[in-house]
Design a binder for this molecule. Structure first.
Ligand SMILES: NC(=O)c1ccc[n+]([C@@H]2O[C@H](COP(=O)([O-])OP(=O)(O)OC[C@H]3O[C@@H](n4cnc5c(N)ncnc54)[C@H](O)[C@@H]3O)[C@@H](O)[C@H]2O)c1
Length: 509
């Protein structure tokens, strides 16, 4: 295969693609160009995203109006709108005669899932879920070796997507604060983490070929500071569930926000086991016993994989568009067609439901079966949440609250910089490599002026809107950020002296 301009599909047919949702949706450009896909239209409420899109795609149609977007002459839509809106938006696309590549997750309620399945069947169009985490080099390697029988049968696995993305409750994905400034992110401000179950469950499904059949979860109460909803109903804590797979194995599916982001993945088969991201990218234990030799391996790509690796998410984004285009152009089904999309989405909804009921186990319905769809057709159970556009009551002065989202985004940065400094100081004498303290201290010292300005603004909003959720999360972050200590002149003097002393000792070492 030529390296400069590879021909991936044996056809000159092109796919005219529109991208709906230009935040995450923008990640796929470089990939589209390689895969017979021409981006011809974009749609987003946000002006700055539309203008970025046009810059990358001069001549394309762009609009904030979904009707006008869907009326364009295009074959397919890459759907990257708000997470809980995907089913409704996908159905609109299918009804407009477009193939759909939907971002995760596929739907928010089981009733929506039934509607989506039936809309796909009615339309005759291709529907794929863009679940990308199974398609890293390591996960694809494991899938190949699993099929060859290297690991035997699945006994147990622990896959996780632990990602503390607190600031994304207050900004768009590109880091700009949500507008208007007294509102919060449409869904990252409230969605309970169980719902976001596909990046951890997806890989184990693809590697082993098993589907989830039963799920149970216990409530986990403690939450991090700065989240508008507590963990039992929001995104600020840990969300573990246990899932039976179709061969009788158990998977611990772990999502959540904690003080340690990790993507550790471990699986145990009857013949061998594997660990990803535990110190090393991929380690296998082969030999059929607990004490068998454990060695590191280097997962290999094929030619196409090398190409994939140059695009986003460790290659995963490439494969999403590849499988989708391949299914449209050749009919070969993608790994996450509609029923696999249901299999990977439903356990999150039911896990959260289980946790709200103190741990009721749920059978995961198989929507390939019409009778399973009939049983859930009217099941609209969903998380209760606040209105992201009404976080502050109208009685609060909008002249002050308009600064909320920007202040909160900055406050998260500065208060965690303070907390890192303050807490690492407490174990400074135990550090294996004491020089590693220097960047932590410098980081706070360099931002100290902006920290003071942000703390003052946050305090002003708290004082102006007492008793509101906005005031509460600001106050939580001010406490985490040691407001009472950090804003004193003595603290500044000590901080700068500490930086200078560490610099003198380690800067050249
Ligand atoms: N697979 C991954 O690795 C990955 C990474 C990030 C995000 N995602 C998924 O991608 C989706 C989008 O995420 P995001 O990070 O861009 O965040 P987001 O939810 O902020 O983005 C949605 C974008 O769509 C626009 N939008 C929503 N509904 C619209 C409508 N009806 N008309 C016009 N514009 C509309 C919004 O203005 C916004 O810019 C989410 O569902 C998320 O779960 C997946």
């Amino acid at each position: 295969m030529a390296t400069s301009n590879p021909r991936i599909f044996d056809t000159d047919k092109r796919i005219r693609l529109g991208i709906w949702g230009l935040g995450r949706g923008m990640s796929f450009y470089s990939t589209c160009a390689l895969l017979n896909v021409d981006v011809v239209a974009g749609c987003d409420y946000n002006e700055h995203m539309r203008s970025n899109f046009l810059q990358a795609n001069p001549g394309a149609f762009v609009s904030a109006d979904a009707e006008a977007f869907l009326a364009q002459d295009m074959d397919a839509v890459l759907l990257a709108t708000f997470c809980p809106a995907h089913a409704g938006d996908a159905i609109r696309c299918l009804n407009a005669g477009k193939h759909v590549l939907s971002e995760v997750t596929a739907f928010h309620t089981l009733a929506e899932g039934v509607r989506l399945v039936e809309a796909v069947e009615r339309s005759g169009k291709v529907y794929n879920l863009a679940e990308n985490y199974p398609f890293t080099a390591a996960n694809m390697y494991l899938a190949r070796k699993w099929k060859e029988g290297l690991f035997g049968e699945l006994m147990y696995a622990e896959y996780e997507y632990v990602h503390e993305c607190r600031s994304l409750a207050y900004t768009y994905i590109d880091g700009l604060p949500v507008q208007p400034g007294n509102t919060v992110h449409n869904w990252r401000s409230w969605l309970q983490f169980h719902y976001y179950c596909t990046h951890s469950l997806g890989p184990i499904m693809i590697i082993t070929g098993e589907r989830p059949t039963r799920v149970v979860a216990l409530p986990a109460r403690p939450s991090l500071a700065g989240y508008l909803l507590g963990n039992e109903e929001g995104m600020g804590g840990i969300a573990p569930s246990l899932i039976n797979m179709s061969n009788g194995a158990v998977v611990r599916n772990l999502m959540g926000a904690t003080t340690n982001d990790t993507h550790i993945q471990r699986l145990w088969g009857t013949l061998g086991s594997a660990e990803l991201n535990v110190g090393r990218e991929l380690t296998l234990r082969l030999g059929g016993s607990g004490g068998s030799p454990k060695l590191e391996v280097r997962p290999r790509w094929d030619d196409l994989g090398e190409l994939a690796a140059k695009t986003g998410h460790g290659g995963g984004d490439f494969w999403m568009v590849y499988f989708f285009a391949r299914q449209i152009l050749t009919g070969e089904p993608a790994p996450f067609e509609i029923f696999a999309a249901c299999d990977v989405t439903i356990p999150g909804i039911l896990a959260y439901r289980s946790s709200t009921e103190g741990g009721t186990p749920y059978t995961v319905p198989d929507f390939r079966q019409p009778e399973a769809r009939a049983a859930w057709r009217e099941d609209h159970w969903a998380q209760q949440h606040f209105d992201p556009n009404a976080v502050f009551p109208v009685t609060c002065d909008a002249g002050i609250t308009q600064h909320f989202s920007a202040t909160m985004a900055a406050l998260i940065r500065y208060s965690t910089a303070y907390r890192a400094y303050a807490d690492w100081e407490r174990v400074a004498s135990d550090l294996a490599r004491p020089a590693e303290l220097l960047p932590i201290v410098e980081n706070l010292a360099n931002q100290y002026h902006d920290l003071l300005t942000t703390y003052a603004l946050a305090r002003r909003i708290v004082a102006a809107c007492p008793g509101t959720d906005g005031a509460r999360v600001l106050a939580e972050m001010l406490a985490l950020g040691g407001e009472a200590v950090a804003t004193t002149p003595a603290f500044r003097t000590a901080l700068l002296a500490r930086r200078d002393a560490l610099k003198a000792e380690y800067a050249h070492g």
